[in-house]
Design a binder for this molecule. Structure first.
Ligand code: NAP
Length: 341
């Protein structure tokens, strides 16, 4: 049995997901695609030799009778509309982040899904599927370092073409916001943003780097450096300090080279390479769950919590204040235990 998927948006990540579903994963095939750039959609159908129809717009993909489930990989501001339309059509939908560009938009999706009565939405927070983060979570869940007290993170990218305004927080840091509450089984209560000296290598209008300080309900303090023009590579760090030990996110595997009087390893430069396996696992698990009529990944509620937290970070950046984060009680519809066995 195949899950017949329609893809809305055939840009960078849309093409990547089409390629992996067609060539690497099992249990699904792409039967419909669309993009505002129709030529681009046609080109990917040809390139991957898909037996898929190219539709004029996202709503036609969602309503196509041959489409069982939808993947939304279009531009962020279109996500809310396509996810709401998928829920209205009763079709499971995998939406790349952001679920919506505003917390209100995410809440509308949460309300629509609850009203529909069955979970249909998964958000593309792929770090939860990364082997390293899963290993780190097991260490925490199995009490190997006692209770977590502090977390030190870094999110560094060589450059951030097209970034403006607060995108380092709303586009990059959102991955930490999601994965850290999942890792710690905790919620945030406040955010503060510190603006260090700016790198000279970006336009003066773009602040880079940022330091974000988050506090959780249990009093855990998290500091994250977000430096999206660090030049040297794509480097994701996470260290959890517990009562009895320290756990570090493993480095991606790389050959350790002894040569010319140097001991060296490569550092990745592309986020797609760093999380390539996570995207495969994420989509395979989504396909498997969807075929069983289940939804087990990051939910619309998780998308909403991330949006509320990101809004607080943006406010903290612009006011210089410690901004309280008030996350409403999670509806029972979405309650789940994040502990890994
Ligand atoms: P992209 O290369 O710009 O692709 C987006 C595509 O959607 C473009 O081809 C765009 O066409 C098309 N599009 C825009 N509005 C549309 C509409 N109404 N209907 C159909 N297609 C439409 O961007 P991307 O890097 O693939 O990112 C897409 C989304 O995925 C973003 O929300 C991004 O944040 C997210 N993302 C997530 C991750 C992750 O790690 N989870 C990684 C990358 C991206 P035009 O170019 O002609 O406007």
């Amino acid at each position: 049995m195949f899950l017949k998927i329609g893809v809305i948006g055939t840009g960078a990540i849309g093409q990547d997901h089409i390629r992996r579903i067609t060539n690497n994963l099992t249990g699904a095939k792409i039967v419909a695609v669309t993009d505002v750039n129709a030529e681009q959609a046609k080109a990917i159908v040809q390139k991957e030799n898909l037996d898929a129809k190219v539709y004029e717009n996202g709503h036609d993909v969602i309503n196509a009778t041959e489409v069982d489930a939808v993947i939304v990989t279009s531009w962020g501001p279109t996500h809310e509309e396509f996810v709401l339309a998928s829920i209205a059509a009763g079709k499971p939908v995998f939406c790349e982040k952001p679920l919506a560009t505003t917390a209100e938009g995410c809440k509308k999706i949460v309300d629509a899904e609850i009203a529909y009565g069955k979970p249909l939405v998964q958000v593309g927070f792929m770090r939860r599927y990364d082997k390293g983060y899963r290993a780190l979570k097991k260490v925490v869940d199995h009490d190997k370092i006692g209770e977590p007290l502090m977390v030190h993170c870094a999110h560094r990218a060589p450059s951030a073409p097209g970034f403006s305004g607060d995108m380092a927080l709303t586009d990059s840091f959102v991955h930490e916001i999601d994965v850290l509450r999942w890792l710690l089984n905790d919620e945030y209560v406040s955010a503060q943003v510190i603006l260090p000296r700016n790198t000279r290598l970006v336009d003066k209008a773009l602040q880079d780097p940022h330091i974000v300080l988050l506090e959780t309900k249990q009093g855990i303090r998290i500091d994250t450096e977000i430096f999206v023009n660090c030049q040297y590579g794509y480097d994701i760090q996470c260290q959890i300090v517990g009562e009895t030990g320290i756990a570090n996110l493993p480095e991606p595997s790389s050959v350790v080279l002894r040569s010319e009087a140097k001991l060296s390893t490569d550092i990745l430069v592309d986020w797609k390479d760093r999380f390539i396996d996570s995207y495969d696992v994420e989509l395979q698990e989504w396909i498997n769950s969807t075929l069983k009529g289940e939804m087990n990944g990051p939910s619309a509620w998780d998308g909403y919590v991330v949006a509320v937290t990101a809004d607080a970070c943006v406010e903290a950046k612009h006011t210089g204040q410690i901004v309280p984060i008030s996350i409403p009680e999670c509806p029972s519809f979405y309650k789940k235990d994040f502990t890994l066995v």
